[in-house]
Design a protein around this ligand. Structure first.
Ligand SMILES: Nc1ncnc2c1ncn2[C@@H]1O[C@H](COP(=O)(O)OP(=O)(O)O)[C@@H](O)[C@H]1O
Ligand SMILES: [Mg+2]
Length: 265
């Protein structure tokens, strides 16, 4: 089904029986002439429906640029992005909750905007708040929550958009290690329960290995796909397990080699 949306010139929607998300030769150049900067170069990638793909790379390699292109927030310079079904939901490092609204109100906002009726809205918000472990905090305001709880709230709000595709830009980067570990477990469970397709951006190698079906390593400046790993490690995974550590070690070695190679240019 092709869904008519507000203009998003770079992103074409198409039937769900093909790859769910396809990036084909995506290049993004910021600025013009001498001052121009190629943030992404010829990035091609296909995601299957329900797949969890982690995009990994050092700071400045174009990860956020890639997500904003897929989200339709910016336009590609060349290449195409195709998404099978609907507009993606996005979650950032900053939870961006509205401080004057309670947790419940923040989460139901996307449904209010879509004019979902009250009964359905309440049912869905309760289900989502239970899913992210915030049902007992429904009437709290963001300043009464810990950093981890705010990100849980932001996750519930992203899920309330009812998009099949969830784009996550370093959502746990500002959290302490223990909280991040809990959120990894919860995200893994929520992904399995909901069957969402997830593109998760991170600069943290272990996080990528812990969560992804595949890990896509990007090169820095310009951002290209350096290598893709299939992660055949049983779920749920532990951050310090032998398998996760082993693959993270291999990827880190490649990351270092890439950074060294790039620095020598
Ligand atoms: N709107 C913009 N205008 C100009 N340059 C930008 C813009 N957005 C990002 N960049 C540049 O593109 C490169 C990639 O940035 P970004 O996608 O934010 O990297 P990452 O998320 O991997 O840290 C950086 O060099 C950044 O300065
Ligand atoms: Mg970024």
């Amino acid at each position: 089904m092709n869904v008519a949306l507000a203009p998003r010139p770079s992103v074409v929607l198409r039937d769900a029986d093909e790859a769910f998300v396809t990036l084909d030769g995506v290049t993004k150049v910021f600025g013009k002439g001498k001052a121009s900067m190629t943030a992404l170069e010829n990035v091609s990638l296909e995601l299957r429906k329900g797949e969890f793909v982690c995009i990994l790379g050092t700071s400045g390699c174009g990860k956020s640029t890639l997500l904003s292109l897929v989200a339709g927030l910016d336009k590609v310079t060349s290449g195409t992005i195709e998404i099978a079904d609907g507009r993606p939901a996005v979650m950032f490092q900053e939870p961006a909750l509205l401080p004057w609204l309670t947790v419940r109100r923040n989460v139901e906002l996307p449904m209010r905007l879509h004019k979902v009726d009250t009964e359905e809205r309440n049912k869905t918000v309760n289900r989502l708040l239970s899913m992210v472990g915030l049902i007992d905090f429904a009437d709290h305001r963001p300043h009464q929550l810990s950093g981890g709880m705010r990100q849980r709230c932001a996750l519930a709000r992203a899920l309330a958009q009812d998009s099949e595709l969830l784009l996550m830009d370093e959502p746990f980067a500002a959290l302490d290690a223990l909280t991040r570990d809990q959120l990894h477990d919860d995200l893994n469970r929520i992904w399995q329960e909901t069957g969402k397709t997830i593109i998760f951006v991170t600069h943290n190698v272990r996080e990528a290995v812990r969560l992804g079906d595949r890990v896509v390593l990007m090169t820095p400046r310009p951002g290209r796909v350096a290598r893709i790993w299939d992660v055949d490690i049983a779920r749920p995974r532990e951050l310090d397990s032998f398998e996760v550590s082993g693959l993270a070690h291999e990827i880190t070695a490649q990351l270092r080699a890439g950074a060294a190679g790039n620095g020598a240019q």
